[in-house]
Design a protein around this ligand. Sequence first.
Ligand SMILES: [Zn+2]
Length: 105
Amino acid sequence: MTSDEHEAAPTEIEQDCGCDEVYEHLFEYLDSEMTTADLQRIRKHIDGCEPCLSELSVEELVRRVLRRACIERAPENLRIKIMQRLRSTDLSLAIDRTISVEIEK
Ligand SMILES: [Zn+2]
């Protein structure tokens, strides 16, 4: 136990948010449904965090494709399917395939 905790504590109030927070607020971030301060905080984290950055690009890509396919809101399972394929294979190809399979049903 130490009584010197002050030494390690940062003096700035601004704290980097964790990956958990980014995942939790990913949709709000993409929709800009956050305060400017929160947006900046999350953007700052994402800029320096590769896993979060790729997560964000995937989600952004999914949204763009869905919009192009005129799907207002992807059903959760479709979204998950797209995400899974995005991670495992070529991006645009995977999306097109997933979309056409799901839509032609
Ligand atoms: Zn992160």
